[in-house]
Design a protein around this ligand. Structure first.
Ligand code: GAL
Length: 442
């Protein structure tokens, strides 16, 4: 009896460590609006919503969005009211560099983010700045965007402009948000800008160039701005894939699924090998050979590129929403388009029907704990920040589903800390309702 009382008391006293931060996250195109004000150039999303407005499910766009360009003071006020001590936001590349390249810097863009950063600091809120959250200048998109190898140089120059102008006050930097989702939805399918549709070829090229661009931005910080005392990482999205049975095929399927989503981007920067996961390389090579190609559709990295990418991470930022069960059987062979990353992987997956689910987000807190432990074990216990986690709903303030979600996932973070995971911060997605890409405001 005594023990029961004690454990109950302990549970109610569970507490995050003093150095753990809480924040909220947004991204520029999703909240800023002012799409053609203040000297801003066009991004590829501005281009998409003008050339094919019907593509957005509710016919809307980010022209005004949450109007943060004009109402950023209100954003800071709601951060304050929420009681968080970190704000993760992104800078719009074409607001800073209207033509994409660093040879013309827009002073009004710099002034806008200076005002935001200063106001955050005046309110004791630490800015956590994402350099790229999918808002590629249209001018660079027309030159191939993430498919042009030169983008590492373009991106590095852009990052330098941000370090130069904001690095005296910004100490937490994310280079690129979710390369997997960005490349899959923008270059592997038509859902997101730039709506290229090449799931088995351009998808991989996009990811490869993003890794090299990330490394470039990291080295620029490391070589030229380290004295500012900040830290730089990349935000990777990850689900926890769990085997749907104890069969070796399903266990391998779950592991492969982790390698194709998280490993593709985390291995090159966080492992000693400094390269893609071997299994990822092998599966794509095998599928390419089966399809009669003399070379793998995945371009390999040179030793020089491997050395350049290795270790380019002061922390690992994770965006996490859901988990899944993975399986591999005869049915997955013809499940996906050929060629495609999904077909190369040959994994089927599903969410447990008992998880409360809205759209693609299924509520399963223990999956986050498993993911954090997986990262600790696979990547040598890096410092982890959760930079997105949250639940969609359209039920207004009757949001018990969201309350349940946050309770489960925050409990999972506490459990992971008890497991020895080095997780040091958490940002909810999102600070406010915003433009959810091709879904609009639905
Ligand atoms: C992430 C993305 C965010 C937001 C979020 C919620 O993949 O980084 O911009 O859209 O999903 O859907």
């Amino acid at each position: 009896m005594k023990n029961v009382t004690k454990s109950k008391t302990q549970k109610s006293l569970r507490k995050f460590p003093d150095d753990f931060f809480f924040g909220a996250a947004t991204s520029s195109y999703q909240i800023e609006g002012a799409w053609n004000e203040g000297g801003k150039g066009w991004s590829m999303w501005d281009h998409l919503v003008r050339t094919d407005p019907g593509h957005i499910r509710d016919g809307t766009n980010g022209d005004v969005a949450a109007n943060s360009y004009h109402f950023y003071e209100k954003d800071v006020a709601i951060l304050k009211e929420l009681g968080v001590n970190v704000y993760r936001f992104s800078v719009s590349w074409p607001r800073i560099l209207p033509y994409g390249r660093a040879d013309y810097v827009n002073p009004e863009g710099i002034a806008y983010y200076n005002k935001l950063i200063d106001l955050l600091l005046a309110n004791n809120i630490t800015p956590f700045l994402t350099i790229y959250h999918w808002e590629l200048p249209q001018n660079l998109n027309e030159q191939g965007g993430w498919l042009n190898e030169d983008i590492a140089g373009w991106f590095g120059d852009y990052a330098r402009v941000l370090y130069q102008n904001f690095g005296d006050r910004v100490k937490l930097w994310l280079t690129i948000n979710e390369p997997y989702v960005h490349c899959l939805l923008g270059y592997g399918s038509v859902n997101h800008a730039p709506r290229l549709r090449s799931p088995g070829i351009k998808y991989y090229e996009c990811g490869r160039n993003i890794l090299l661009a990330h490394a470039r931005a990291y080295h620029i910080y490391d070589n030229e701005f380290r004295h500012q005392g900040g830290r730089v990482g990349m935000a990777l999205d990850a689900e926890m894939s769990m085997p749907s049975s104890n069969s070796p095929d399903d266990i391998q399927a779950a592991e492969d699924s982790m390698m194709f989503r998280l490993g593709q981007y985390a291995h090159p920067v966080l492992t000693e090998a400094g390269n893609y996961p071997q299994r990822f390389i092998d599966l794509i090579a095998e599928a390419s050979a089966r399809q009669g190609l003399s070379e793998s559709r995945l371009r390999s990295f040179s030793q020089e590129q491997i050395d350049y990418m290795k270790g380019t991470s002061d922390f690992l930022a994770i965006n996490h929403y859901s988990s899944n069960y993975a399986y591999r059987n005869a049915s997955v062979v013809n499940m996906h388009e050929v060629p495609s990353m999904m077909d190369d992987m040959q994994v089927g997956s599903y969410m447990d029907p008992s998880w409360p689910t809205v759209s693609w987000i299924g509520t399963y807190g223990p999956g986050l704990r498993k993911l954090l432990v997986y990262i600790k074990d696979t990547y040598n216990n890096p410092t982890i920040y959760i930079t997105e986690n949250g639940f969609a709903s359209s039920t207004g303030l009757n949001d018990d589903g969201r309350v349940n979600y946050f309770r489960q996932y925050l409990t999972a973070v506490l459990d992971a800390i008890d497991d020895g995971v080095n997780v040091k911060g958490y940002c909810a997605w999102s600070l406010m309702d915003n433009f959810e890409w091709d879904w609009g405001y639905m």
